[in-house]
Design a protein around this ligand. Structure first.
Ligand code: URA
Length: 232
């Protein structure tokens, strides 16, 4: 899309007014002033007008590499939130599609689309989540089998759904689950007599944490990634 068209789509300005604003040097692309109205802009560019980040109307879908110590919430009085890591222009109406604990790192999805996030989190849609789990103790074969077939979590009666385990090394596994019970991974490992030392989410459905994202960084999801969370 051309820059003047993008600005007209994001604001109340007409195309002509957008061109004029660009000409006066009030528009930046990725931090640099741009005075060229017909400049083609990449999908992931950050565009500001008078210092305000612009976003196209419509739903927003982002992935973030959540760092440790950041809370999966929209507001919090004690800890920085995932939304605090985003530019103000992007956060309106955004919520988190599947929370992670304060000390869990990795793939966090954020969106304005409530139906989409419901499909990510609802056990009915069976959207698998994969975690790289660093264990306190090497995993025994018996414990692995129990995780795969289902375990009863403390203070619960119903077994967890079948899961998959991939051994990475002695004390690291990739565990894929398709539910999101409270502290589920930590409680599953506790139920088999082990404990979690570090937890990192690497995948939700087919959406894989982008290795280019350092902790705290984010990017918009691609059309394919958005569409991969199918309808129920
Ligand atoms: N399971 C947990 O125990 N913690 C998380 O953050 C996610 C899944």
């Amino acid at each position: 899309m051309r820059l003047d068209q993008f600005i007209a789509n994001c604001t109340e300005l007409s195309r002509k007014e957008a061109k004029r604003a660009i000409g006066t040097g009030t528009v930046t692309i990725d931090g640099a002033v741009c005075k060229t109205a017909n400049r083609k802009i990449p999908d992931d560019a950050c565009i500001t007008l008078d210092g305000e980040l612009l976003a196209l109307p419509g739903e927003r879908y982002l992935m973030m590499n959540k760092p440790e110590g950041v809370i999966s919430a929209t507001t919090d009085s004690e800890h920085p939130t995932a939304l605090d890591l985003l530019p103000a222009g992007l956060t309106r109406d955004l919520h988190i599609a599947g929370r992670l604990d304060l000390d869990t790192t990795g793939l966090l999805l954020l969106t304005t689309d409530g139906q989409w996030s419901h499909r990510v989190t609802s056990p009915r849609t069976d959207c698998p989540k994969t975690y790289r789990v660093t264990l306190g103790e090497p995993l025994t074969d018996t414990a692995e089998q129990a995780l795969v077939t289902g375990v009863v979590l403390r203070n619960e009666e119903r077994e967890t759904r079948p899961a998959t385990v991939r051994r990475v090394d002695d004390r690291v596994i990739e565990l894929t689950i398709s539910e999101g019970r409270y502290h589920q991974v930590k409680r599953m490992l506790a139920a088999v007599g082990n404990h979690v030392e570090a937890l990192h989410r690497i995948r939700v459905g087919v959406i894989v944490l982008d290795p280019a994202l350092s902790p705290g960084e984010y990017r918009p999801l691609t059309e394919q990634e958005i569409a991969s969370i199918g309808t129920d």
